[in-house]
Design a protein around this ligand. Structure first.
Ligand code: ADP
Length: 170
């Protein structure tokens, strides 16, 4: 996997992942940016799902985006750590990657799910993301490359640290 600084709406990956909310009807942060860049057909496609539970994932076309698909997953809202947040965050990465695999995506780009408005502690979230992605890549048949697209340097450094630690310990 790779870690980059950038704007996920510019990514040419086969699929980009959206840190959505459970309504799937758009929001702020990366969700708002993806909807603005994809155009109004994305919202129309999302309406048909009637929402999505936390940790699950749904796929739509990318419409006006360079990416072929958008995979929408509501990550957990941090509530102190005793509300299954870690398992739910793992599920968001795992279920998104499983959908990418099912749709034969070779390249997938993720934002830092739940570490913005949802306030998941950054270092802990990065460790979960890296471990889940690296584990998935060991057995993936279609997905070849996963990129974490970090919107700021603090976030990028956290994911770099998590990857370094993961590689040291495996
Ligand atoms: P959540 O509600 O899951 O916390 P946010 O959108 O608030 O989602 O934040 C998730 C992460 O996405 C944050 O690190 C935020 O800085 C980042 N982000 C915001 N816009 C973009 C973008 N265009 N590309 C990549 N990451 C983005």
């Amino acid at each position: 996997m790779e870690i980059q600084l950038g704007d996920i709406t510019k990514s040419k990956a086969d699929a980009i992942v959206n840190a959505a909310n459970t309504s799937l009807l758009g929001g702020g942060g990366v969700d708002g940016a993806i909807h603005r860049a994809a155009g109004p057909k994305l919202l129309a496609a999302c309406r048909k799902f009637n929402g999505c539970p936390t940790g699950e994932a749904r796929i739509t076309p990318g419409f006006l985006l360079p990416a072929k698909f958008v995979i929408h997953t509501p990550g957990p809202i941090w509530q102190g750590g005793q509300k299954h947040e870690a398992q739910l965050l793992r599920n968001s990465y795992q279920n998104s990657l499983a959908l990418a695999e099912k749709y034969a995506c070779q390249t997938v780009a993720f934002p830092s799910i739940s570490t913005g408005v949802y306030a998941y502690p950054l270092a802990a979230a990065a460790n979960i993301a890296v471990a889940t992605i690296q584990n998935f890549l060991k057995q993936a048949k279609q997905v070849q490359q996963v990129t974490m697209i970090c919107f700021d340097e603090v976030t990028m450094r956290a994911y770099q640290r998590a990857l370094t630690d993961h590689l040291k310990n495996t």
